[in-house]
Design a protein around this ligand. Structure first.
Ligand SMILES: C[S@@+](CC[C@H](N)C(=O)[O-])C[C@H]1O[C@@H](n2cnc3c(N)ncnc32)[C@H](O)[C@@H]1O
Length: 235
């Protein structure tokens, strides 16, 4: 049973979130298109309760954006605050389709509030199509929805959702066929760190590295305790 005071405080918080998200959405209309300026913009973007900064090491993101070129179809598993999604829209083609999946309250970040849906849905440049899927990436139904929204094979897949060993493995196995030949599959948190932060990603990455796939590592410092991107090129 919810007390009237608790109910009122929840309602006030949710309207404050909605107002912040609407103001943030207006500010996003003037977001830079140039990648360097957009990176500055998003890493420092706050607006009341809205904070869009990517959950990433900035120098690693900069190298990653150079590596991925100009993708036309992008899938991100693990939207969180939408910072990487925003940056993908800056490097992607003018007609790109981007699909980002997050499970509300999911492990390793918790996703974004419902009141941010319009805000995050508006991060694209004119002519681009941004789709947000709120669900468990590991479900067949979610995979089917992502495939239908994408309308073709992906040039880039970022796996950054459930970091537990079985979670990252499941995402890889479920989505890898969605990636086009020569496309890229990236994993975040390949650097060993606390289990609460990196889960089983470093172990999974070590196993993938010894396969005969072409891999690249983008790591600022192997002693930084987590973070780092591992990238595989699909044959
Ligand atoms: C580390 S954050 C993602 C960071 C984001 N990609 C970025 O670079 O800013 C991980 C996100 O994955 C989400 N998540 C966890 N398990 C998931 C699942 N099974 N399906 C979809 N999303 C999940 C969490 O809710 C969280 O928001």
């Amino acid at each position: 049973v919810t007390s009237p005071a608790l109910g009122l405080s929840r309602a006030l918080r949710s309207s404050a979130n909605l107002i912040d998200a609407a103001v943030a959405q207006r500010r996003l209309r003037n977001a830079p298109t140039d990648v360097a300026a957009a990176t500055d913009f998003v890493f420092s973007f706050t607006c009341g309760t809205v904070d869009l900064a990517p959950i990433q090491v900035r120098s690693e993101v900069e190298r990653f954006l150079e590596l991925i070129g100009r993708p036309q179809r992008v899938v991100e598993l693990g939207t969180a605050h939408g910072g990487m999604l925003f940056l993908f829209t800056r490097v992607a083609t003018a007609d790109a389709t981007l699909v980002s999946v997050d499970l509300p309250g999911g492990l390793f970040g918790g996703g974004y509030p419902r009141s941010w849906r319009r805000l995050l849905g508006s991060v694209g440049r004119p002519g681009q199509h941004v789709h947000l899927v709120r669900g468990d990436s590991q479900q067949e139904a979610t995979r089917a929805e992502v495939g239908a929204l994408l309308g073709g094979t992906a040039d880039l897949l970022l796996i950054d959702a459930d970091h537990r060993y079985d979670g990252v493995r499941r995402d890889y196995e479920l989505y890898r066929d969605l990636v086009a030949p020569s496309g890229l599959i990236a994993f975040h948190d390949v650097v060993p760190g606390s289990p609460a932060m990196v889960g089983g990603v470093p172990r999974f990455w070590e196993e993938l590295k010894i396969s005969d796939l072409e891999t690249t590592e983008i790591v600022e410092d192997w002693a930084q305790g987590g973070w780092g991107l591992g990238v595989v090129r699909v044959r």
